[in-house]
Design a protein around this ligand. Sequence first.
Ligand SMILES: *[C@@H]1O[C@H](CO)[C@@H](O)[C@H](O)[C@H]1NC(C)=O
Ligand SMILES: *[C@@H]1O[C@H](CO)[C@@H](O)[C@H](O)[C@H]1NC(C)=O
Ligand SMILES: *[C@@H]1O[C@H](CO)[C@@H](O)[C@H](O)[C@H]1NC(C)=O
Ligand SMILES: *[C@@H]1O[C@H](CO)[C@@H](O)[C@H](O)[C@H]1NC(C)=O
Ligand SMILES: *[C@@H]1O[C@H](CO)[C@@H](O)[C@H](O)[C@H]1NC(C)=O
Ligand SMILES: *[C@@H]1O[C@H](CO)[C@@H](O)[C@H](O)[C@H]1NC(C)=O
Ligand SMILES: *[C@@H]1O[C@H](CO)[C@@H](O)[C@H](O)[C@H]1NC(C)=O
Ligand SMILES: *[C@@H]1O[C@H](CO)[C@@H](O)[C@H](O)[C@H]1NC(C)=O
Length: 409
Amino acid sequence: MKYIYLYITLLFFTFQKYLITHAREPLAEFWDIEDDEILSFLETEKYLSLVDRTLKSLLDDISFGETFVDLKNNKINVHTVNESRIPDIISQPELRNYSNSINFIPANKSSDNLKFSFNEIIRIANKTKSSGLSGIVIIIHPLLNEVTVNLPIGNINITETIQDFINAIMIYDPKIIHPIDSSASNTKRGIGERGIFTKVSSGDKIYFDNNATCSAGFWAKRKNKQFLVSAGHCIGNFNDTTSKPKVFYHGLNDKPLLVGKVVYSIWSAPYDFSLIDIKRMDIRLKPSKNMRNRFYTSPELIIEKNGIPQSSHITHLCKSGSRTYITCGNIISFNGSFISEQGDLYTGIIISSTEAAPGDSGSPSFSYLNLRSVTLNGIISWTRNSNIENRFTATMPLQLIFNKAGITL
Ligand SMILES: *[C@@H]1O[C@H](CO)[C@@H](O)[C@H](O)[C@H]1NC(C)=O
Ligand SMILES: *[C@@H]1O[C@H](CO)[C@@H](O)[C@H](O)[C@H]1NC(C)=O
Ligand SMILES: *[C@@H]1O[C@H](CO)[C@@H](O)[C@H](O)[C@H]1NC(C)=O
Ligand SMILES: *[C@@H]1O[C@H](CO)[C@@H](O)[C@H](O)[C@H]1NC(C)=O
Ligand SMILES: *[C@@H]1O[C@H](CO)[C@@H](O)[C@H](O)[C@H]1NC(C)=O
Ligand SMILES: *[C@@H]1O[C@H](CO)[C@@H](O)[C@H](O)[C@H]1NC(C)=O
Ligand SMILES: *[C@@H]1O[C@H](CO)[C@@H](O)[C@H](O)[C@H]1NC(C)=O
Ligand SMILES: *[C@@H]1O[C@H](CO)[C@@H](O)[C@H](O)[C@H]1NC(C)=O
């Protein structure tokens, strides 16, 4: 199966010695730059995101389509339908300082057009409600300036359910992407295994008492209560029953230490998160507000409470998980949609090309402010693993969780 919820249902313990190889920072590796270039690239990305925000507030939805960051060329690209609008846009006082950073590219579809098609296709997907559509990812693709309907990977033959769905949506002119090549080209380097700590940080491995293995997401609070947030599918739907599921952390000698009890869990579209009350946390454990990093030079990353989540397409998004550690990719959509194994239609999801694997469920999704501090963007829920072009990883947006659960950082 190439698209999966990211939990492991069997416990197995491996004890590995620290194996530290010289490796680039994950973000440097993703951008294919040197570690010492990261800060200047982050600055550029931040600047371009500002240009993009300013620009988007001036673009109308009929003359323009999607925008995205082109970091290497230091530009914001704007799909442009009506080129005679360009002089008008460029001459706006807000853009005076930024005009060299904007690149208009000819396009056929406006934002209005794309949003209409997307909404109609989502409406039909919702009506179809079938596990026969599992693994389909529907997004407005910022690079292609098209609504892309990404079919499940691997099957040469399209099932009848999928064919019927395609037939029903074709009038909205989506781009159907059918990746046949199923060879997931994920070659992992040898990296430092995580050690045994008594601090429980974002990104650490946690065990639910149904034997699911997930990752600690982030620490949050509601009034004077403290919670650890992870994915909902680790334990399923759950609210207010007497026997609350327990969550453990494996400490020294692999002894299970209680992290807390699940007080609320939701795994029902569009939500996928759980709240673990840590009131009875084992005294040998300490919640660390920081995020696990794998570099000795900076073993932890500080989660900046007031950080602003990413807002531009094709900016970086990383995650720190207990299985594949820190990996980075690009944000492709802030309002994407996918269909789960159960046939549920998830909408309003951040879709990125960040690599993830079983065990990484609940991992914090974050963007770097610098090499020591990060901004939380959400938690990892689902992935469709593949080579990078067809990899879609779903992040539950932080705000969606906050609004539903009434929690804050
Ligand atoms: C393109 O923009 C120009 C300038 O704003 C406008 O006069 C013209 O009607 C637009 N064309 C279309 C097809 O909307
Ligand atoms: C443009 O840059 C100048 C000089 O850095 C600055 O004083 C001005 O406020 C900027 N204008 C805008 C609209 O950002
Ligand atoms: C716009 O549509 C025309 C006609 O279908 C096509 O030839 C052209 O390549 C399209 N342009 C873009 C940028 O997609
Ligand atoms: C799907 O349809 C149901 C029932 O009509 C509706 O309540 C729900 O909001 C729809 N979901 C989406 C994502 O459009
Ligand atoms: C695809 O369908 C054809 C004709 O129905 C069949 O011969 C072939 O074995 C199928 N291939 C796969 C991979 O299922
Ligand atoms: C969890 O694993 C243990 C040991 O393998 C087993 O005894 C137990 O029944 C499992 N629990 C569930 C809920 O699967
Ligand atoms: C959980 O259930 C209680 C009532 O039993 C309800 O008040 C609360 O809103 C529910 N929590 C959520 C997040 O739905
Ligand atoms: C996000 O997508 C939903 C359909 O899934 C649509 O109703 C909504 O308007 C979109 N939001 C934005 C901001 O485009």
